[in-house]
Design a protein around this ligand. Structure first.
Ligand code: G6P
Length: 609
């Protein structure tokens, strides 16, 4: 979603801002812009499309000079994808330029008020309203004008503002949309995401909601919107540059798929005590007393995170014998849910910033649930607002289509299941057996990755087909959903995932000659049932691509293509069966010539509802 980068210091900042924007490209956007203040004049440039279009424009116009500036990638919400709607936006009174992530919900009434005061708007955005409002309230102090304006707005924002009358001031603020202030050597770099900052410094202050920071070349002060000082908490960014660079891979998605064995080893490191048959989770153990009494678990998330949550539901009921349900955060939040005593709500999220998931978490807390997070980004909003949590530790995920975060989420939910199960029905031996199986997963994954070239060939054979089915049962029903989501996200092929049995209740009508149906048919309790479903599709002319367990001879006779995965205990199998599906989606997108890491219309982190 929208990205922010801003700079104040002694360096000419145009290039630095462009590089920051490029590092934010992965979040998803449709236009970009920049404003730089040189002495007393702001120069502005905006362009529809890629950051490279903005770069070309800057080159054509001779570029910008100045050591204070802001830059933005916009993902349209209010108003179409046009240059006039791209950020930065300016006021028409004092020379203010502003960039904004989030949505100003009461922009319409504010706009009417400002129009009555004679302001003339040039865009259809909610952001321009905020720029005008700050201009309207400006009385010689930018920080105060921003505070006053933010007291009038409802909604979510992270903003960066400059003013021609104050060439040594950058004001930034946050509510509901992430923003951090990087502290460099005699300079400050602001970013909506650490990847925009990390090339310059590892010291940063993640701003809390309702915090305003006034940043000058010599220092900064933080306050709330009523000007009450706030003590800043400086943190060390753990990311390093190499983690967010491509290396020898063609795309971040590919890099992240291949990084999965290593990522999983990090997720599990120090957490599996096989000798004692117990899982060690530091961020959860202080709630042991409450967790022993858990009567119900609701797992919530969106997109890929929801698919991981669904696997968590199966794990918790099957192994830990705790009633569990996985639900879209967006639905949970608004359906007036019943939260009984001793309910644990687990928010699953890579970014920790997904607006729907955050809102569901707050709703659950409000209703008395113990809030737990299964999150990748350290210090993110969800991580901060949960009572307890387990980080994924899979490293930054840049590819918009989530891969390593998914397996990290499933691994963490497996560990949580063993943790909670040990308190109830699982013996130390059963736990140890499961943990030993988990330890073998990275190595087994490496074996699947070795078959990448074959997976590409299989994908190539079906690349012209516009409709695909993904079918699985039990633990691998969510895997089927995930396989379909991956394919549609980046290759724009229509794909549907569903429980294999559901297919005959309608979707079977879609099957025609040559339609690819991907079955997750590894060995498990419902293997024979899946075989019957395969027969049903085959009888109607569908082509079968099966993900099956190594050594399965029977399936070779039935399926048109077989992608083998090593044998593994069924509850843990999605961490392996998903890998061929990720690779198929990746190759399909590349073969169709799409920009894998920047799929159309998608955003990596969706911070609006
Ligand atoms: C967006 C992304 C998906 C992701 C979902 C949830 O829609 O495009 O890939 O699964 O958000 O994101 P989260 O950061 O909460 O896991």
């Amino acid at each position: 979603m929208c990205g922010i980068v801003a700079y104040i210091g002694s360096k000419q900042c145009q290039q630095l801002l462009l590089e920051g924007l490029k590092r934010l490209e992965y979040r998803g956007y449709d236009s970009a812009g920049m404003a730089v203040l040189d002495g007393s004049k702001i120069t502005l440039a905006r362009a529809v499309g890629k950051v490279s279009n903005l770069e070309d424009k800057l080159e054509e116009t001779g570029g910008m000079r100045g050591t204070l500036g802001l830059a933005h990638t916009r993902w349209a919400t209010h108003g179409g994808v046009t240059e006039a709607n791209a950020h930065p936006h300016t006021d028409d009174r004092v020379g203010i330029a502003l960039i904004h992530n989030g949505i100003i919900e009461n922009y319409a009434s504010l706009k009417t008020y400002l129009e009555e005061k004679g302001h003339v708007f040039k865009s259809q955005t909610d952001t321009e309203v905020l720029a005008m409002l700050i201009g309207e309230l400006y009385e010689g102090d930018l920080e105060k004008a921003v505070q006053a304006a933010l007291r009038e707005v409802t909604g979510a924002y992270s903003i960066a503002v400059i003013c021609e009358k104050e060439p040594d001031t950058l004001v930034v603020a946050r509510k509901g949309s992430p923003l951090m202030l990087g502290i460099g050597n005699g300079e400050f770099i602001v970013g909506s995401d650490p990847s925009a900052i990390i090339a310059h410094t590892t010291q940063a202050v993640p701003l809390e909601d309702y915090t305003v920071a006034k940043v000058t070349r010599s220092g900064f002060r933080t306050s709330d919107i009523h000007d009450v000082p706030v003590t800043p908490k400086v943190m060390q960014l753990e990311m390093d540059l190499e983690q967010i660079e491509l290396g020898s891979f063609g795309h971040f998605m590919q890099k992240e798929i291949f990084e999965q064995p290593k990522a999983l080893r990090n997720t599990m490191r120090g957490r599996l005590d096989t000798r004692e048959g117990r899982v060690v989770l530091g961020g959860v153990s202080k709630f042991d007393k409450e967790l022993t009494k858990t009567r119900r678990v609701t797992l919530t998330g969106q997109g890929t995170a929801l698919h991981a949550a669904m696997i968590g539901e199966y794990l918790l009921e099957d192994l830990a014998k705790i009633p569990a349900v996985a639900e879209y955060a967006s639905e949970f939040r608004y359906r007036n849910p019943i939260v009984e005593d001793n309910t644990v709500v687990i928010a699953v999220s890579q970014s920790g910033e997904t607006a729907d998931t955050l809102a569901a978490l707050r709703e659950a807390k409000e209703r008395g649930a113990l809030a737990m997070g299964v999150v990748n980004v350290v210090g993110s909003s969800i991580a901060r607002e949960t009572d307890a949590g387990v980080y994924l530790r899979v490293g930054p995920e840049i590819g918009v289509a989530s891969t390593k975060a998914f397996v990290g989420q499933v691994a963490v939910l497996s560990m949580l299941t063993i943790y909670l199960g040990r308190k109830r029905y699982l013996s130390a031996d059963q736990c140890a057996d499961l943990m030993r199986e988990m330890e073998l997963i990275p190595e087994k994954m490496e074996r699947i990755l070795e078959s990448d070239a074959r997976i590409r060939k299989v994908t190539e054979r079906y690349i012209d087909r516009e409709n695909w089915l993904f079918l699985g049962r039990g633990y691998n029903y969510p895997t089927a959903l995930e396989g379909a989501l991956k394919l549609k996200e980046i290759s724009y092929i229509h794909a549907e995932g569903m429980p294999a049995a559901e297919m005959k209740h309608g979707p079977i009508a879609l099957i025609n000659d040559g339609m690819p149906a991907v079955f997750i048919a590894n060995r498990g309790r419902q293997y024979d049932k899946v075989m019957s479903n395969i027969q049903e599709v085959k009888a109607r002319g569908g082509r079968i691509i099966a993900v099956a367990t190594e050594g399965d001879e029977q399936i070779k006779r039935l399926a048109d293509e077989v992608l083998f995965v090593p044998d593994i205990a069924e509850p843990l199998s999605p961490m392996l069966t998903v890998v061929p599906l990720q690779l198929m989606a990746y190759h399909a997108a590349v073969l169709r010539g799409h920009d894998v890491d920047k799929p159309r219309n998608l955003a990596k982190s969706v911070t609006v509802e």
